[in-house]
Design a protein around this ligand. Sequence first.
Ligand code: URA
Length: 261
Amino acid sequence: MNQIRLDKFISERTEYSRSVIKQLVKSGKVLVDGKAAKAADMKIIPGENMVCVDGNEIRESRFRYILLNKPAGYVCSTDDKDGETVMKLLPPEMRTKNMFPAGRLDKDSLGALLITDDGELAHRILAPKSHIPKIYIVKLDRPFESEYINKFKNGITLKDGEQCLPAKVRRAENCEKLAFVELCEGKYHQVKRMFAAVENHVETLMRISLGGLVLPEKLAVGECMELLHKDVENLLKPTDFDDFCARFDPVFSAFLINNQM
Ligand code: URA
């Protein structure tokens, strides 16, 4: 691999300009293999030298994959005409020029959101044909009814007549108003409209997995993390809904009960 200038390496992978990088180097915030970089124009070998800015590793990969635990109040867009966007929540060293949120969560929804510049992967995750399941936990206005299970399984017809693909739903163990839902498609306000179709109402919605990628317990609402290659591969792996709920019911139910109710 060819050597390149440190400031070029960083500026191509972040939103820092070369002049800001120079300042960061001067203040000792840029490390190469664990040692403060001596000059912004020093040469490094991408993939061999480890570069960190302000404690965050700048990765060699062409594409970046950031997992955000989205808080309520931000829109999933790169354009702030409809309000503050999730892009604002990314620290500059995690942003590259062409990043966008891969998929939508409503402004008032929380949870797992992938932000990437890899359009092909985003398409694979979102296309209903690729059957990548997304799991949500919802807090309902009224108690869960066991008849929802078959209704969701047979494909809900929304109030406006639109037909949904078969989906899975299950009540959380210790709370009659919490439910887990698994969908393989992403219609506008889909989970909310599915519960409206069975005469219930979603008060809080949190996405807790994208394919085999589970929102880590340690990732607080509003925080984001760079995904490793193996995490990105997990995205494309199938999950078993019942196993998932059995493992994560206490974790996510506790979160919604303690923080949102
Ligand atoms: N379904 C909804 O209704 N809202 C979301 O944010 C995601 C899925």
